[in-house]
Design a binder for this molecule. Structure first.
Ligand SMILES: [Zn+2]
Ligand SMILES: [Zn+2]
Length: 356
């Protein structure tokens, strides 16, 4: 047990005084009484809770390519760096449709760790797209005829997948309010509680889009991907397809993964503080451990079309066949969470919560 003279009131933060008559710690500011054991336990449990969160990511995904594994093509128009297997030709940029794509050098391009292979073939993609259009009776006929379905391009989009375990602690100020009346008065009794929670969660494959050029809204719409199909990457998977090289680094994405883990843990802990009339979070800390980042490629069919001066991009999830269309390309280049909803659900399913 730590020195009782240094304890602060868990209710209001004022210094506590030991009262020999009752053998209890007393707060002169708010009138609370505590037994010394309870206060010590509370202090030990919440020690450093408002300090810095800790996160340690042990390994980063991606390895250098070997010579001759791939070719790199650069789009001078949008800056996309496209990786292909040496025999696959790139006729135009998968993002902006620009047809002058120049050969680049392989430096700095990372070989992915894993891939979700295409399940939807080029033929499937064309069929899915025309079915999609047929379900839209108001779509102008010319639009469908001029869609150039044969130009559908299979693109692997770069992703960082974050695995980690994390422990969170949080304190809350909670209140229970009780009302009653007698003949003369209405009474209100407010009981205040200091609530403490601690819990651990395991996070598996929190996805972060590694490309600024992939339109975030559209990409989120074709989610989710089924990660049980994730397999070790081999250059064979690139054959006939193009792959984008990441332009958002694992380090940049890690900040978002950290924030996402913290938000998920905070929310899961708060959800267990029930039975009070009000709950105010007062402090929290998260420790992220055993963090591993994998570099992954996820399959998407992309189709661009200019119609009456407006540009439309269609995407088909290359694994599930889900079509997302009629979405103008957003000018926003900010990298955002890809499939945040799926990540949250996966995190909750994987959650093992132990509560005090
Ligand atoms: Zn107090
Ligand atoms: Zn381009």
């Amino acid at each position: 047990m730590s020195d009782i003279r240094n304890h602060k009131c868990p209710g209001c933060g004022s210094p506590l005084r030991f009262e020999p008559e009752t053998q209890m710690l007393v707060c002169d500011a708010c009138g609370s009484h505590f037994d010394t054991g309870t206060v010590s336990e509370y202090d030990d449990a919440t020690d450093g809770i408002d300090g810095e969160d800790e996160s340690s990511w042990e390994s980063y995904g991606g390895t250098p390519w070997s010579d001759g594994d791939v070719r790199v093509h650069i789009c001078p128009s949008c800056g996309a760096e496209i990786v292909t297997e040496p025999t696959t030709a790139v006729t135009k940029c998968p993002y902006c449709d620009n047809v002058t794509v120049i050969e680049g050098s392989i430096s700095g391009a990372l070989r992915p760790d894993c891939v979700i292979p295409f399940r939807v073939s080029a033929e499937d993609a064309k069929r899915l797209m025309s079915e999609y259009c047929r379900k839209k009776p108001l779509l102008p006929r010319r639009f469908v005829e001029e869609l150039h379905l044969e130009e559908t391009q299979g693109l692997y989009i770069p992703f960082w997948l974050f695995d980690c375990s994390a422990e969170g602690r949080a304190t809350y100020l909670a209140e229970k309010v009780r009302h009653w009346s007698d003949r003369n008065y209405n009474y209100t009794e407010t009981t205040r509680y200091r609530v403490f929670r601690r819990g651990g969660m395991a996070f598996s494959k929190i996805p972060a889009d590694g490309s600024r050029k992939a339109d975030d809204t559209m990409m989120e719409s074709i989610e989710p991907f089924d990660y049980s199909d994730l397999t070790e990457f081999g250059t064979g998977y690139l054959s006939g397809f193009v792959a984008d090289k990441y332009d958002v680094s694992a380090d940049e994405s890690k900040v978002r993964a950290d924030a996402r883990v913290k938000r998920s843990i905070d929310a899961a802990l708060l959800a267990t503080v029930i039975g009070y009339s009000s709950v105010i979070p007062t402090g929290s800390s998260v420790k992220i451990r055993d963090g591993k980042v994998q570099y992954a490629m996820l399959p998407v069919w992309l189709l661009h079309y200019n119609y009456r001066g407006k540009r439309y991009t269609y995407a088909i999830n290359g694994q599930t066949g889900r079509v997302v269309g009629k979405l103008p390309v957003s000018p926003g280049r900010a990298a955002a969470w890809f499939g945040g909803i799926y990540a949250a659900a996966a995190a909750l399913i994987a959650a093992v919560l132990f509560l005090l």
